[in-house]
Write a protein that binds this ligand. Structure first.
Ligand code: ADP
Length: 399
């Protein structure tokens, strides 16, 4: 079955067409700068070179039209006509408390998704736009929504409730939801396989370190805690986001700098994290390259890794032990420095890295644990699109 996986953002749509029989991405690409000048479609068929198409792409409907057209094109296509797209799987950021697993998209579901916009005003509207565009362009094709929050939906109340008046939870749904669930689920399941155990038998800590970053405690197949919270701002230090922060600080800065809500939001989400501390870049590669000549880059790197380490300790405590630690996403898969620093000094709890293997492991599956360690440390490249494709197939087939 061919599943078109769509991840729609505010000005971009990422896509993959996945043949689920072979678990092969036939083609992948991105439409960027939607609604701006110089929109561009970057498309890579699995067996040919990447192409870039410049076009005027004013909205998500036109973006989907370009994607479907290039998938069928004579030179760059991988299918003959649109009937070879058997289903569409959509990444939806927020499923609220309602959705604990992926669901088939219906008219009723669309209404429920619109109700969730309040919880994720920065993400869900764009996901909905992507779904609507596909409904217009591929009206007879079944579609599935796969939520970033779903995997964390079984967290116990003591992990998701904040120390606010309980009425805030009841009135506004203010609680920890967690994100990157599809990625945590994919790498945790693979780690259990590598341990040669059923997922119900192991305690795993998964660190998804990309531009956005989160870490999760997976206790016998269930995410029992995760570092992102009501929004993706909480937890680890990120490319441009603060992560954990004393909430009084923002009130203080807003008062001192006379910031509006919008400006405060931008400060926390866009100008903080690695970029904010280093003043150099939000990109870990540039941070690593500049640590020798820039003290603040070195500080940003130390702060980043220290926070990962603190969460590893916290989640081992939360689960009463840990069998495996997994690093994934851009930084987790590629940065041996971050992996090494984040695990330094954790020998007391059985975590130890073989530095020679670690240094060689870039973007590939690897067991980087030292001989002495009792906890396995793995690098596992994530594949959220494959999880979306698998869920979509399963739901479409069962209906
Ligand atoms: P996104 O959250 O946007 O999907 P990614 O998972 O692609 O992000 O991760 C992007 C991050 O990965 C960036 O900080 C980038 O610098 C980092 N990264 C990618 N390759 C390397 C590398 N070889 N060494 C260190 N960091 C890397």
């Amino acid at each position: 079955m061919n599943i078109l996986v769509i991840n729609a953002g505010s000005s971009s749509v990422k896509y993959q067409l996945i043949d689920t029989d072979k678990e092969l991405a036939l083609a992948k690409g991105t439409v960027s700068r939607i609604g701006m000048s110089a929109s561009v479609l970057t498309h890579k068929p699995h067996d040919r070179a990447e192409v870039k198409v410049s076009a005027e792409i004013l909205d998500h409907i036109i973006a989907i039209e370009y994607i479907v057209t290039i998938l069928m094109s004579e030179n760059h296509g991988v299918i003959k006509d649109a009937s070879e797209i058997h289903a569409v799987g959509h990444r939806v950021v927020h499923g609220g408390e309602k959705f604990s697993s992926s669901v088939l998209i219906t008219k009723e579901l669309m209404a429920e998704l619109r109700n969730l916009i309040e919880l994720a005003p920065l993400h869900n509207p764009h996901n909905i736009r992507g779904i609507n565009a596909c409904m217009q362009k591929l009206p007879d094709v079944p579609m599935v929504a796969v939520f970033d929050t779903a995997y964390h939906s079984k967290m116990p109340p003591h992990a998701y409730i904040y120390g606010l008046p309980y009425v805030m939870y009841k009135r506004y749904g203010i609680r920890r939801y967690g994100f990157h669930g599809t990625s945590h689920r994919y790498v945790a399941d693979l780690a259990a396989k590598k341990l040669d155990k059923d997922r119900s038998e192991c305690k795993i800590i998964t660190a998804h370190l990309g531009n956005g970053a989160s870490i999760a405690a997976i206790d016998r197949g269930i995410s029992v805690d995760t570092s992102m919270g009501f929004t993706p701002l909480e937890g680890l230090l990120m490319g441009t986001r603060t992560g954990d922060l004393d909430p009084a600080i923002i009130l203080h800065i807003m008062a001192r700098e006379e910031l509006t809500l919008h400006e405060a939001n931008t400060l926390l989400n866009k100008h903080s994290g690695l970029a904010g501390i280093s003043g150099v870049s939000s990109d870990m590669r540039e941070i690593e390259e500049s640590v020798d000549e820039n003290k603040n880059s070195a500080l940003a790197l130390e702060t980043y890794c220290y926070r990962v380490k603190k969460y590893i300790g916290a989640y081992a405590a939360a689960m009463g032990g840990v069998d495996a630690l997994v690093f994934t996403a851009g930084i987790g898969e590629n940065s041996s420095i971050v992996r090494s620093k984040s695990c330094q000094g954790l020998g007391f709890m059985g975590i130890g890295i073989d530095e020679a293997v670690n240094a060689k492991s870039k973007g590939i599956e690897a067991d980087i644990s030292s001989m002495k360690s009792t906890v396995k440390t793995f690098v596992i490249p994530t594949n959220e699109e494959l999880v979306i494709a698998r869920d979509t197939r399963e739901l479409v087939e069962s209906h």
